[in-house]
Write a protein that binds this ligand. Structure first.
Ligand code: UT7
Length: 349
């Protein structure tokens, strides 16, 4: 976990555009309860989730990513970037990467385009990648999209996971700028522990299963999570990562105006906030309306908070994520005075 470099000396990555997009189909807890042995109260009490948006038939991750990406470019007032990064656990296909397809559909053919995979930590890893590219001079303007369609990998009859996950996409545009500008992305902490690879998996579809030459079972083709263990790791790792990045920047907990965590489970987010000594009101959450949207969850939470006028220029943000791998990561930034895209919910497709 330790050993990450401090902020590099080149240009800083400065946030200049933000947007989210949700597929129009809304599935409530009551609707899930009609086909699963669960109920609204259990789901709300255990997770904080009230409803989620799910992709429609034939809708793939790139479709959501294009919608969020287009709106983020509009929010940034630009039609051009030199790099497109898509972070996802549910790419359209194993090959090619989703980002080149998204770039071409946004009229950005010619831009560097690649995917970053770190499961639910993907957006923070993607942000670090974008910041590194900008600091090195390899990129001047980056479109970073977190997009996931978990509904394509979760077994709809698996009551534990079907209640948690929703589909969606969120995006930031980052440009080269100065480290003290509002919007500048600051210090990072990134980490992983692959010894726990089996806690969150889709066992089939990759080289491990294919080289074994065995036809995968129904369960192996779907998302599996050992919820209780993941829960414990999530609380510990997210709190530790948040502390590490605050220490690196010399920030106190009280310097944080908004804690924007990966929206895993409301109880997890509140436990982390309590552990850090952060008032729960400073924790940005949109779990109630979107559930856990994987790599999209942090940018979607930002888009909701910005649309609700909760984020003001100069506010200090702590982003912290955790996911399969295991992976975790945190990032600090100040909020810029950007044009806010409309709330992801109010957008019609
Ligand atoms: O985004 C990546 C990171 N992911 C996470 O951070 C998710 C972490 N884990 C969690 O959020 C929670 O573990 C879950 C929401 C997945 C499950 O909540 P829990 O409070 O840990 O429940 P549990 O798995 O300990 O199950 C408690 C009981 C069990 O029944 P028994 O064995 O006590 O009789 C489950 O079978 O609740 C049962 N259960 C349900 N009951 C009604 C599990 N799912 C449901 C359900 N409705 N949907």
């Amino acid at each position: 976990m330790s050993g990450n470099n401090p902020r590099p000396s080149g240009p800083a990555a400065v946030v200049c555009g933000l947007a989210g997009w949700l597929p129009p189909r809304v599935v409530t807890n009551d609707e899930l309860s009609e086909r699963l042995d669960t109920d609204d109260q259990w789901i709300r009490t255990r997770t904080g989730i009230g409803r989620r948006h799910l992709a429609g038939p034939g809708q793939a991750t790139s479709d959501l990513a294009v919608e969020a990406g287009r709106r983020a470019l509009e929010s940034a007032g630009t039609g051009s970037v030199d790099t497109v990064i898509v972070t996802t656990t549910t790419p359209d296909r194993p090959c090619p990467a989703t980002a080149p397809v998204v770039a071409a559909r946004l009229g950005l053919a010619g831009a560097a385009a690649f995917d970053v995979g770190a499961v639910c930590t993907g957006f923070v890893y993607g942000l670090a990648t974008a910041a590194g590219l900008i600091a090195s001079g390899a990129a001047r303007r980056v479109l970073l999209i977190g997009a996931d369609t978990y509904s394509t990998i979760v077994d709809p009859l698996d009551r534990t996971n079907a209640i948690i996950f929703g589909d969606g996409a969120g995006a930031l545009v980052l440009r080269a700028g100065g480290p003290d500008e509002p919007g500048a992305v600051g210090h990072f902490d990134l980490g992983s522990d692959g010894a726990h690879e089996d806690l969150i998996t889709v066992a089939a579809g990759g080289s491990r299963q294919r080289s074994a030459g065995v036809t995968p079972t129904h369960a192996e083709r779907h998302f599996a999570m050992r919820g209780r263990e993941v829960y414990r790791h999530a609380v510990t790792r997210m709190a530790a990562s948040a502390r590490t990045v605050l220490d690196r920047a010399g920030w106190k907990t009280d310097d944080v105006d908004h804690f924007v965590p990966h929206q895993a489970n409301l109880r997890i987010l509140h436990s982390v906030a309590d552990d850090l000594g952060l008032p729960r009101e400073r924790c940005v959450t949109n779990l109630d309306t979107v559930g856990n949207t994987g790599a999209a969850s942090i940018p979607l939470a930002l888009a909701h908070a910005a649309a609700g006028h909760r984020l003001r220029p100069g506010d200090r943000l702590l982003l912290t994520a955790f996911g399969g791998g295991l992976t975790w990561g945190s990032c600090l930034l100040t909020w810029p005075g950007i044009t806010t895209a409309p709330s992801p919910e109010r957008i019609t497709p």
